[in-house]
Design a protein around this ligand. Structure first.
Ligand code: DAH
Length: 354
């Protein structure tokens, strides 16, 4: 108590005002009214000059004490408010880790699997690697020479109509295109072998191909083939037929067989289409195989000497066979997929069956 009822009243009012402040804003406003320049406290200070020296000294000390008390009250209240606000903010920012356990976030994605086409490609490769073949790959964008010319399909040859395709304008002097089959990889392998002394060749070449086909149950404009090439001394048509038969039984099962029917391909002579026992009716005849009991899988034949000439292989010393067939078609036959388009629709209910 200061002994000055007015000053005591000032301090009491300030105490009540400070106690009522709830926020940083409140305490700033309260501080201005109870201790700022326009506060009663400051006004009383300004009146001191009009007093007698003794009275002035005594009242001055009382005012000084009152100011100290009030400022201490303000500081104490300010720090309480700051601590409260911080605590409230932290509570608002808190992350409840148990929410994760309760499933508030989506369950982690299931483990994926290889697409059926990739699985099929892998198992086809396994069969051929088991028979002594190597696996090779080539580019999906080819020049006219690799896709056609070196394969004995000159410009304007009617056989080009069998492989109508997507041409690309890359500004190169020679026309470039999306490959229509994996046969150009044969040319790459043979050219490399000639350059590096790499003959003989026993290789399979899987990969993606493109054709200007309208999609339907048995065709996709983007599809997959696997090519085979053997170039060695003394290779005959019997080696080709034997290889196809061993592959067919190994991949489709011992009750599925192969047969060759004469056909024409510009890059093989003689050429054949190879067919395998219909996997739906097992040879009895059904709608899928048009009652023949057989389903066509691909083409094959003995490498044409014109192709050997194109890559610089001596056709008097070396002979060889080649084959090519659809990977997607294999998957379709092995798993009895009614419509090939299911392979590219990305319907997870279909894909997770395999
Ligand atoms: N490239 C041919 C096609 O896509 C398939 C083919 C036929 C490949 C005969 C060959 C072959 O290697 O010898 O229709």
């Amino acid at each position: 108590m200061s002994g000055h009822p007015d000053i005591d009243a000032l301090v009491d009012r300030a105490r009540a005002d400070v106690a009522s402040a709830r926020t940083t804003e409140d305490i700033r406003a309260v501080a201005a009214t109870v201790s700022g320049k326009k506060s009663p406290l400051a006004e009383a200070g300004r009146r001191l000059g009009t007093l007698e020296p003794d009275e002035r000294r005594e009242l001055g000390r009382a005012l000084h004490e009152a100011r100290s008390t009030i400022e201490a009250l303000i500081e104490e209240r300010r720090s309480t408010i700051t601590a409260d606000e911080l605590a409230r903010q932290m509570e608002a920012d808190r992350i409840d880790l148990t929410e994760f356990i309760a499933g508030a976030v989506p369950a982690p994605a299931g483990r994926g699997r290889l697409h059926l086409v990739t699985q099929t490609r892998d198992s086809l490769e396994d069969v051929f690697v088991g028979m002594g073949f190597e696996v090779a790959e080539g580019p999906e964008i080819e020049t006219d020479w690799f896709n056609f010319g070196a394969l004995n399909i000159p410009p304007a040859h009617p056989a080009r109509g069998m492989w109508d395709t997507f041409y690309l304008d890359l500004g190169a002097p020679e026309s470039t295109l999306l490959r229509t089959h994996t046969s150009p990889v044969q040319i790459h392998l043979m050219e490399t072998a000639v350059r590096t002394g790499g003959l003989p060749i026993h290789a399979v070449m899987p990969g993606r191909c493109y054709r200007r086909d309208t999609p339907d149950a048995r065709h996709l404009p983007v599809f997959h083939q696997i090519e085979g090439l053997v170039v060695d001394e003394g290779i005959t048509f019997a080696d080709l037929a034997g290889t196809i038969e061993v592959f067919t039984a190994a991949y489709f099962g011992p009750d599925i067989h192969s047969r060759l029917r004469p056909a024409y391909f510009p890059f093989t002579e003689p050429s054949a289409e190879f067919e395998v026992t219909c996997t739906i009716c097992h040879g009895a005849g059904c709608r899928t195989c048009s009652q023949t009991g057989w389903i066509e899988l691909g083409g094959c034949g003995m490498v044409d000497p014109a192709v050997f000439d194109a890559v610089g292989i001596d056709a008097d010393r070396w002979s060889g066979f080649a084959f090519g067939f659809g990977i997607d078609r294999c998957a379709q036959m092995r798993h009895q997929i009614a419509d090939l388009r299911a392979l590219i629709e990305n319907d997870i209910r279909f894909l997770r069956q395999f």
